[in-house]
Design a protein around this ligand. Structure first.
Ligand code: CDP
Ligand code: MG
Length: 693
C-alpha cells in the first residue's frame, strides 16, 4: 500500500506546486455535500447547464473576435465549454447559414464520438443531421444538412486530398492544441498555408493550457503585405487571444513518501482506501493503456467481492465500445460510487462530471522514435508536470477535491519535465511525409511546422518511403503505387501489403488482415480470464504468425454466423469484429475504385506471407541464439529485439520474421509478427537488401 503524507503531518504538503490547490483540508467527513451536478441532471435543464459554463459569458467577445480576426486562440480549462459550446454559438451567429459548415477537430476518435453525441443532444437533433462526425472509416453526417462536424485532425487532413482549400468550411476549430499530436501540428501548418489563399477562412485554436503565444506568433500574418489587405471586408490577420476564466475548485495534492514498486497495485489499493476513508464523490484513476485498465478493473472487482461494496467500476480507453462509453458519462446507480479507470484520455479530451478524487500513477503510454535504430516504439514513461497538473485539475470540477500522486514530491519537482516534447519530435514521420507529398507539398524539408521535427527523422522517413517504392529518386510519388498507397486510409506499410497481395493472388485474404489491423484489438484482453484467453487464442493460432491468425479468427467468426455469443466464448471482441466487417467492405470498395481485383488464394498461406513481407520487409529480423536467450536482430537498424509474449509466435521463434509494431518495456518487443522465408526479401526489395548483405 502506498503511504501518503497527510495534511497536518510534519512534512508540509506541497500543494503550492498546483496553482489552485488549497492547503487546508476544509471539507472533512460529516459535512453535507452537494450532489455532483450530473446527478442532478433531472433538475437542471440542459439549457441551464449550458448557461452555467464559463464560456457562456464570453460568447459575444468570442463572436466579435471570430468576425474580425482570421485566427482566434481560445484558452480555457477543461470543462469550460470550449468544445461543446463554441460550434453552437457559431451556428447561432450564422456561420453555417450558407452551404458551408463548421469543423471542430479532436486528436482522439473517442472524443469526436462522445462530443458529437452530446452536442446533438443539446441541440435536440438526431446525431448525423445538424451535428455529425467523421473518424477514419466512419462518417456520420448528411451533406446539405450538417452544420457542425466533429472530426479527427487526421480525417480533416485527408479531406484536403479532395478539397485542398477546405472550401466546405467557413470556420475550422482546432481543438486540444496543447496536446501537440503529430496530426494537430501538421494540420496547423497546412491551415496556415490555406489561410494565405483563403483570407476569409476563420480559424479557432483551442487549448487547455497557456502556451498560446507561440501559436499566436505562428499564425501572425499581419506583417506580410499582400494585395488582399486592401480589402476592408477581410478580417485582421493578427491573431487574437481569448482567455476563458476557469471556475474549478481547489484540489489538495498528496504525494507518496517513497517511490512505489508497482504503480498498478498501488493505484488499486489507493482507490480502495479512498473509497473506504473518504466521503462520497467519484474517483478517476489514470493508468497507461487498455491492458493496465483491464487488469486494474479485475483487481478492484476481486476486492469488491471481498467486501468493498457500493462501487461501480468502469473502464475508459480509446477502443471502448459505444455502449460502454455512455456508461462512463452517465451517473452511477443510486448510492454507488463511480470509479473510472482510464488511460490519459480523461486528462483533457473528455469531461467527466462528478469526479472528486484523482489517483495519478504519473505514467502514460508515449511514442518514442529512435532514429539510429530507426524504430518507433510505445513506451510507458513519466508524464510531464503540465500533464500532472491537468490530471489533478479533474478532481476540482464539482467541489474541492483531492489528487493522490503515486510518485514522490521530489520526483514531481526534479524528474518530471515541465512540458511534454511535441509528438513530431519523438515519432516516425513516414505517414506524415507521405501525406504531405500526397497534398502536393514537394519541399517537405521546408514545411512550416510549429516545432520542426529533427531533419534526421525526415531523412529516415524519405528513405523508407523510397525503399517501399512510394517515392522515386526525385522524392516524387510513384505512379501508380505511390499514388495508390496515398489514397488508401491505411498506414503506408499496410497499404503496401494490401496492394502487393493483388499480384500474389491473395487480396481477398489480405483485405481481411488489413481491416483487422485497423481496429484497436480483436481480442477481449485479460480481465481475469487469462487462462481462458490463452486457450482461445491457441484455437486460432497459425504457425505463420499473428496476421494469419487474424484471418483464422475472421473465418471462424463468419462460420459462427457473426455470433456475439461465439465471440464471448472465444475471448473475441464482438464490436471489433463488426468493425472489421465494415472496414473490410469499405476497403474493398476502394480497391475496386483503384481497379484492383479481389482474388482468393484459398489454402495457399505462403502467398499471404509473401504479401505481408512485401509490406513490412523493412522490419525483417533474424533470430540470433545467444546466451541471453532467443533474440532477433533487425536488418534495418541492427536492434536487438524479442517477440512479445502476446504473439502466437512467442514460443515458436522462427528464424526470420517481419513485425508491425514495437513496444519498449524492459527491452524491445515486436508485436504482430509473421514468419517469412529470407529468400523472399531479395526478391521483393533487391535494392533494399543487396546493400545490407
Ligand atoms: O472543451 P471543454 O473541456 O472546455 O468543455 P466541454 O467538453 O465543452 O464540456 C462542457 C460541459 O459539457 C461540461 O460540463 C461537460 O460535463 C458537459 N459534457 C457532457 O456532459 N457530456 C459530454 N460527452 C461532453 C461534455
Ligand atoms: Mg474540449
Amino acid at each position: 500500500m502506498a503511504r501518503f503524507w497527510r495534511p497536518g503531518s510534519e512534512k508540509p504538503d506541497s500543494s503550492s506546486s498546483y496553482p489552485s490547490a488549497a492547503r487546508d483540508d476544509d471539507y472533512s467527513e460529516g459535512v453535507p455535500f452537494a450532489m455532483p451536478s450530473s446527478y442532478q441532471s433531472g433538475y437542471m435543464s440542459i439549457e441551464k447547464q449550458r448557461q452555467s459554463l464559463p464560456i457562456y459569458k464570453q460568447q459575444n467577445s468570442l463572436l466579435y473576435l471570430v468576425e474580425n480576426t482570421s485566427t482566434t486562440i481560445v484558452i480555457g480549462e477543461t470543462g469550460s465549454g470550449k468544445t461543446t459550446q463554441i460550434p453552437q454559438y457559431l451556428v447561432k451567429a450564422g456561420w453555417a447559414d450558407g452551404n458551408q459548415l463548421i469543423a471542430c477537430t479532436q486528436p482522439r476518435r473517442i472524443a469526436v464520438q462522445t462530443v458529437a453525441a452530446r452536442v446533438a443532444e443539446e441541440m435536440h437533433v438526431n446525431l448525423g443531421l445538424e451535428v455529425g462526425y467523421s473518424i477514419r472509416f466512419e462518417e456520420i453526417s448528411t451533406p446539405g444538412v450538417t452544420k457542425i462536424k466533429y472530426l479527427t485532425d487526421g480525417v480533416l487532413i485527408r479531406e484536403m486530398m479532395e478539397d485542398p482549400l477546405l472550401t466546405k468550411y467557413s470556420v475550422i476549430m482546432v481543438d486540444e492544441a496543447h496536446e501537440r499530436s503529430v496530426s494537430t501540428d501538421m494540420l496547423l501548418g497546412l491551415l496556415k498555408k490555406i489561410q494565405r489563399r483563403r483570407p476569409e477562412l476563420r480559424l479557432i485554436i483551442a487549448s487547455a493550457t497557456i502556451q498560446a503565444t507561440s501559436i499566436a506568433a505562428f499564425f501572425d500574418n499581419s506583417k506580410q503585405r499582400q494585395l488582399v489587405d486592401k480589402d476592408k471586408s477581410l478580417p485582421s490577420r493578427k491573431p487574437a487571444i481569448l482567455s476563458v476564466e476557469g471556475r474549478s475548485h481547489t484540489v489538495l495534492i498528496h504525494y507518496v513518501e517513497e517511490p512505489v514498486d508497482d504503480y498498478l497495485r498501488a493505484a488499486v489499493s489507493t482507490t480502495l482506501l479512498i473509497h473506504k476513508m473518504e466521503p462520497s464523490g467519484d474517483i478517476l484513476v489514470f493508468l497507461t493503456g487498455q491492458d493496465d485498465v483491464d487488469a486494474a478493473l479485475q483487481l478492484i472487482s476481486d476486492e469488491a467481492e471481498n467486501g468493498s461494496e457500493g462501487i461501480f467500476v468502469l473502464p475508459l480507453y480509446a477502443g471502448l465500445p459505444r455502449s460502454d462509453q455512455e456508461l462512463v458519462f452517465s451517473p452511477a446507480p443510486r448510492g454507488k460510487r463511480k470509479i473510472i479507470v482510464s488511460t490519459n484520455i480523461a486528462e483533457t479530451s473528455v469531461t467527466l462530471e462528478g469526479i472528486v478524487y484523482v489517483v495519478d500513477t504519473g505514467f502514460s503510454k508515449q511514442r518514442f522514435y529512435n532514429p539510429i535504430a530507426d524504430v518507433e516504439a510505445l513506451v510507458v514513461a513519466p508524464i510531464s508536470r503540465a500533464s500532472a497538473q491537468q490530471r489533478a485539475g479533474r478532481a476540482g470540477r464539482v467541489r474541492p477535491g483531492k489528487c493522490f500522486r503515486l510518485y514522490t514530491e521530489d520526483f514531481f519537482m526534479h524528474e518530471m519535465q515541465a512540458e511534454a516534447v511535441p509528438e513530431v519530435r519523438r515519432s516516425s514521420l513516414v505517414s506524415t511525409i507521405l501525406q504531405l507529398k500526397a497534398l502536393g507539398i514537394d519541399n517537405i524539408m521546408r514545411f512550416d511546422w510549429l516545432a520542426s521535427p529533427p531533419a534526421e527523422t525526415m531523412v529516415r522517413a524519405l528513405e523508407l518511403l523510397y525503399a517501399i517504392g512510394v517515392l522515386d529518386s526525385d522524392a516524387k510519388l510513384t505512379s501508380p503505387l505511390g499514388l495508390q498507397i496515398a489514397e488508401l486510409p491505411l498506414e503506408p506499410m499496410v497499404a503496401k501489403m494490401l496492394l502487393a497481395s493483388a499480384a500474389l493472388g491473395c487480396s481477398n485474404e489480405v483485405l481481411t488482415i488489413s481491416a483487422s489491423l485497423s481496429v484497436q484489438s480483436i481480442w477481449v484482453s485479460g480481465k481475469g480470464r487469462l487462462k481462458e484467453f490463452d486457450e482461445a487464442r491457441e484455437r486460432f493460432a497459425a504457425a505463420e504468425g499473428d496476421l494469419i491468425t487474424y484471418l483464422n479468427v475472421y473465418e471462424a467468426f463468419l462460420a459462427s454466423k457473426k455470433s456475439a455469443q461465439w465471440c464471448h466464448q472465444n475471448c473475441i471482441n464482438f464490436q471489433a469484429m463488426k468493425q472489421v466487417l465494415d472496414i473490410r467492405a469499405q476497403l474493398s470498395r476502394l480497391l475496386q475504385r483503384l481497379g484492383i481485383p479481389l482474388k482468393s488464394s484459398g489454402k495457399e498461406i505462403q502467398a499471404i506471407q509473401k504479401a505481408v513481407a512485401s509490406g513490412f520487409f523493412v522490419n525483417a529480423s533474424q533470430l540470433e541464439v545467444s546466451a541471453e536467450g532467443d533474440l532477433y536482430k533487425t536488418v534495418r537498424g541492427g536492434l536487438k529485439i524479442s517477440i512479445h509474449p502476446s504473439s502466437v509466435l512467442f514460443r515458436a521463434t522462427p528464424k526470420w520474421v517481419v513485425f508491425k509494431s514495437v513496444m519498449l518495456t524492459d527491452r524491445h518487443y515486436m508485436r504482430e509478427v509473421t514468419a517469412i522465408d529470407p529468400a523472399w526479401l531479395t526478391e521483393i526489395a533487391p535494392h533494399f537488401f543487396q546493400c545490407r548483405k
